[in-house]
Ligand binder design. Structure first.
Ligand code: NAD
Length: 353
């Protein structure tokens, strides 16, 4: 197949991991007889420096004519002045909103090869395989807000409509049907009106998916259950802010933030694929970045936007094989273990593809 992929490296370690991901996708294209055309655009801090806009119109146009978007990460200390009028993160939020990417999928699984480094006891981490589905374009991050300005008051608004909850719940139920058929919906229905609507709507949508078992957890309880019984979860659906916080909490189960991929989807096949981590300014430019989160994001792109299941599985298997062979980037290496650079780890994965 021929596919056009918009490539937005962004800032910090973004370009380092994105560069390795396009090499990996080239290897996949060669092996399976596809043609992937990469068209690069600017986003985030670098786009602010060059154009004054974290999401230039040209970048949006590149993405509009692509089949999917592959993104590194945006932001860094250079642009982190809270009083600045434009922030790099606005580029990412703008992209998600422009394309209506309402469902953020973040798989978290544990790797037997890394069990010893994880902060939880090994038996708790056995067979952890969770898919977070986070609502991405509404809720408190997008509600009406008042900055402090000259006054002493500021606020944010958590707002959800039935339709917004239903569309993300449908994605979550469908995902559960393709997995172990258990959905946990997280809310704060005991306190927040918007979260009572969330729970009512999820219960309503459940009527169309009676083969899926539905559980509800309050977000405060969910933070504990994630650490005490992580392998009992299959799919977890949550609103924008709760999903953001819980999926980051769950990232420790995988051993490092650098391991986790994500996909942001709408109802058709178009999507934005990016690692969960940020720009890691502390290690940027040193060849220390773990490319696994980026690679598994590329695998999700092949699976969800291009329908290339075998190719996606080939990437996931190659990552597993490189870990099983003992390759470790600095973030997942134990004291005394040999450290593979970003490029060396990528070479190991690409050669296994
Ligand atoms: P971060 O994810 O960049 O880094 C947190 C820690 O994890 C750091 O110690 C970093 O070295 C490590 N880390 C992250 N990714 C890694 C990888 N692939 N390999 C090895 N180690 C890795 O989060 P932060 O430090 O809170 O944020 C840094 C900047 O990134 C900020 O400007 C923030 O706004 C931005 N950010 C962007 C995104 C995004 O673009 N989606 C997400 C989170 C943070």
């Amino acid at each position: 197949m021929k596919a056009t992929i918009a490539v937005l490296p962004g800032d910090g370690i973004g370009p380092e991991v994105v560069g390795q991901a396009t090499r990996l996708l080239d290897a996949i294209a060669e092996k399976y007889g596809h043609e992937f055309v990469f068209v690069e655009g600017m986003i985030g801090g670098i786009a602010i420096d060059e154009t004054g806009d974290p999401l230039p119109a040209e970048t949006v146009a590149i993405c509009e004519s692509a089949d999917a978007i592959l993104l590194g990460a945006v932001g860094g200390p250079k642009w982190s002045d809270p009083t600045a009028t434009v922030q790099p993160e606005r580029g990412l939020l703008g992209l998600r909103q422009h394309f209506g990417l309402f469902a953020n999928l973040r798989p978290v699984k544990t790797y037997p090869a890394l069990a010893e480094q994880a902060p939880l006891r090994a038996e708790l981490l056995q067979d952890v395989d969770i898919l977070f589905v986070r609502e991405l374009v509404s809720g408190i991050y997008f509600g009406e807000r008042q900055e402090q300005g000259e006054g002493d008051v500021s606020y944010d608004t958590m707002r959800y409509s039935r339709e917004q909850v239903a569309q993300v719940a449908n994605v979550a139920f469908r995902a559960a049907q393709g997995r172990r058929k258990i959905l946990c919906s997280v809310d704060k229905a005991n306190v927040l009106a918007s979260m009572r609507l969330w729970r009512r709507t999820v219960v309503e949508v459940h009527k169309d998916y009676d083969d899926v078992a539905l559980e509800h957890l309050l977000v405060d309880a969910a933070t504990m259950h994630l650490l005490t019984r992580p392998n009992s979860f299959d799919v977890i659906v949550a609103g924008n802010m709760f999903g953001d916080i819980l999926s980051d909490e769950a990232s420790v189960l995988a051993g490092s933030l650098g391991m986790l991929p994500s996909a942001s989807l709408r109802a058709d096949r178009f999507g934005l694929y990016e690692p969960v981590h940020g720009t890691a300014p502390d290690i940027a430019g040193k060849g220390l970045a773990n490319p696994i989160g980026m690679f598994l994001s590329a695998a999700m792109l092949l699976r969800y936007s291009l329908g290339l299941e075998a190719e996606a599985t080939a990437i996931e298997a190659a990552v597993d094989a490189a870990l099983d062979a003992g390759l470790r980037t600095a973030d997942i290496a134990r004291a005394g273990e040999e450290i593979a650079s970003t490029a060396a780890f990528a070479d190991a994965v690409i050669s296994r593809v």
